[in-house]
Ligand binder design. Sequence first.
Ligand SMILES: Cc1cc2nc3c(=O)[nH]c(=O)nc-3n(C[C@H](O)[C@H](O)[C@H](O)COP(=O)(O)OP(=O)(O)OC[C@H]3O[C@@H](n4cnc5c(N)ncnc54)[C@H](O)[C@@H]3O)c2cc1C
Length: 506
Amino acid sequence: MKDLVAFSISALALAESVIATTQAGSTVTTPLGSFELTKGAACACSKLSRAYSGIISPKSANYTAQAVNAYWDVRADLSPACIFLPSTADEISKALEIFQSCDAQFAVRGGGHMNYPGSNNIDGGVLMALEKFVKVKVNAESVEVGPGLTWYDVYEALEPYGRAAIGGRLKTIGVPGLSLIGGFHYFNNKYGYAMDNVLSYDVVLGNGTQVMANKTSHPDLFWALKGGANNYGIVTKFTLKTYDIPKVSTTIQVFNESGIPEFLTAVCNIVKLDDEDPIAAGMVATVQYNATTKVASASLLGVQEGISKPPSQFANFSDIPATTRINNVTTMKQWASSLDTPKQMFRVMFSHKTMKPDQDVLISIYKAWKDAVDEIADVEGLYPTFVTNVAPASAARVALTNGVGNVWGLEAEPYILWQFSTGWALAQDDLRIEAWSRQLIERLNAINVEKGLASDFIYMGDAGEWQDPFAGFPGENVARMRKIKSSYDPLGVFSRLNWGGFKLSV
Ligand SMILES: Cc1cc2nc3c(=O)[nH]c(=O)nc-3n(C[C@H](O)[C@H](O)[C@H](O)COP(=O)(O)OP(=O)(O)OC[C@H]3O[C@@H](n4cnc5c(N)ncnc54)[C@H](O)[C@@H]3O)c2cc1C
């Protein structure tokens, strides 16, 4: 045991000395390639390793686990100059002061799911990963959660109390990224988006100051964080509203190709539901297409609050002949436990647009997508899916009536977010897939523009990195976001030094 401790200490000392002695301008080689160490990164890594133990350098044993394996999309794998795993808000404050004093570029990682390369990792800069922020405190009607948690962790903590939070639909998506961009959950139609359910944010600002943003403290920042992404600061704690939902009713349905037009019609019908007192229910609705076998299928993962077997809100889907149909009554934790999103499976390109529900047009978009997939069938490891997310009028109404609002400013109208999520294997196809996605989505959206069905709304969680979500928010909201940004981040720490992800141009 003594030997083991001595070995760990000397390994740690070696890792630290590697960072401290590597000079700016020298070439650093990592498992993923090489980069030139800048003055800013050399300064920040060296200061961090003098202040804290456990700074991970490219030569550390756990570098690959941190720089590569923690990411969902293979394209997110980059080569940071060093990696810092803070455990407290004070440590984040200190790190931000160091980044500023060294003029060092940095990236922040929560759950690592965003597939915008550079949003959560960085070549040659400092990566700050929040995995040690895993505290959960369950209160009577809220829960306080750290940004190192996944949504499954939150549902697990709430289960003994029979309560649920509005978060991610799948198991390992991170709490911070999803909450900061909006948050599509199954129960949006009744409780609004994840961002509408954040009661308070503990934030470290770019100059290292720690503030709490809620309805009464820094209310302008509170509003801007509701959809404003990583433009304002680093959130070290989210306090989320919870609801009395001890049981959920679930349905898993799979349809073969002949059922897809009815499946897409059912998607259009469910988003149009607008009861005065809605039953919380929502889904993940996906069409898969195998360009080799030329076979398409559709799947529904539906969840409704309370006990209803089969879940009543999915009656439109249940009328379609299915190859699989499994209805169940369970808990949010149990349901989420089986919905893992394995990391590092593919390179993935998202692209999406928003439209008013129109089944004929949605079906024609699906058919055009399938034909277009055939054109790239030779791409190695191709994994194409056509995904729809629903944004019912009742979901938007929550922010319109809660006295706070959010940056989206969506009107109380039903919308469908349609998305191509395309996986592939080789880096050499990156540009080809991006070009294909962009051209196809713009061509099909043009039809919606002409028909008066298109909305400019773009959700950061479904968008390609070449899309601009801010252009789809109301102009007055973007102007207000910019004003708030200039007062909370006057030096532009979250645009100039932390530049990755969907950034508000200033
Ligand atoms: C397989 C899959 C399933 C998905 N399902 C859903 C879904 O059901 N509903 C939905 O709405 N979205 C969904 N998304 C989109 C998802 O919400 C976003 O990718 C989100 O950013 C993931 O959060 P994260 O913490 O895992 O991401 P990360 O990649 O770690 O972070 C995303 C961004 O937020 C920043 N960030 C992270 N933590 C903080 C912090 N504490 N303070 C400030 N900035 C921070 C990062 O720097 C980065 O720019 C899904 C994505 C994938 C890949």
